[in-house]
Design a protein around this ligand. Sequence first.
Ligand SMILES: [Zn+2]
Length: 337
Amino acid sequence: MNAMRLVAGIDLGGTAINYTFLDEAGHFRIEGLCEHPARSVDGPEVCLTQIADGLDAAARQAGIDLGQVVAVGLDTPGPASAKGVLSSRGSTNFIHPDWAGFDIRGGVERRLGRPCVYLNDGNAAALWGHVSLFGSDNRATSLSAIIGTGLGGGVIVDGHVVTGRLGFGGELGHVLIPFHSIPGIGDITPACNCGRIGDLESLCSLTAIRRTLLPHFLAKTPGHRLAGLDPAEAAKRVRGLAADGDPMCRAIFQVQARALGLFFDEMINVFDPDALIVGGGAIEASHDFRGWFLDEIRAGMPSQRSEQAGIPLHVIPDGDTAGARGAALEAARVARS
Ligand SMILES: [Zn+2]
């Protein structure tokens, strides 16, 4: 009997690896999260062993024979080249010195003995969001923004991920936006880790809340319950409070949504996309809060041409598994071609 061929999707983060399997019929063989510790702080060699051990465990969980797996898709946080070589300047997610300049794609390919394709985590999540809307065989164009610690995402044009010449395609977080037009923004100077002032990530990320938005709004809101807390801890509580209706925390999320609206408007005029997609921890709250946030994004867009006014705005489903699923989809696409 010829067993069905499968591809594996491996989403490598600093602390955990998440797995999925995709069959030739386009079905994922793992429903939710399937995690294994990454041990990235112990360096690449230990981590590669973790990746292989976790893949064995995932296959057992899914009830499949690893011999069916013909290719692997891998995604990691950047910065990394389009070929999966991590930045020589290292990464905040992978802190052991041996990670600098490490060829993680090649390492996984050698360790698992199967062809491995690479995407950064934002591009992988964007691909999953795109395929969940348009199917795996499509010629659609979409823009995805993933709001997390930073702001990642991706651009899919005619069904293909735009990785760019050096792997920096879809680095949406560092696109400058005209933030002075956001209501309630006041005189803030939103700085990003990349050195830019007023790019999307500097206003629309957990880091932006901690560094810029929370201090700004707390100064205007004496006696707020988050005042005096450790800034990193306080920043993480803003989403929950915003979902519960806290006015100051809502105002912070309104600025983020309006920033995203300005950004999407720029992208509409560049790509004329079929859909805009939002994902990430920021919107993984109540259904009502998500609806409010999407409305605020739309309200933040300058008025569109009538043909483009109804452009669909979607949320990435199964957000926790988006990276692994996108990586598997890319592996399947390459295996087919
Ligand atoms: Zn930036």
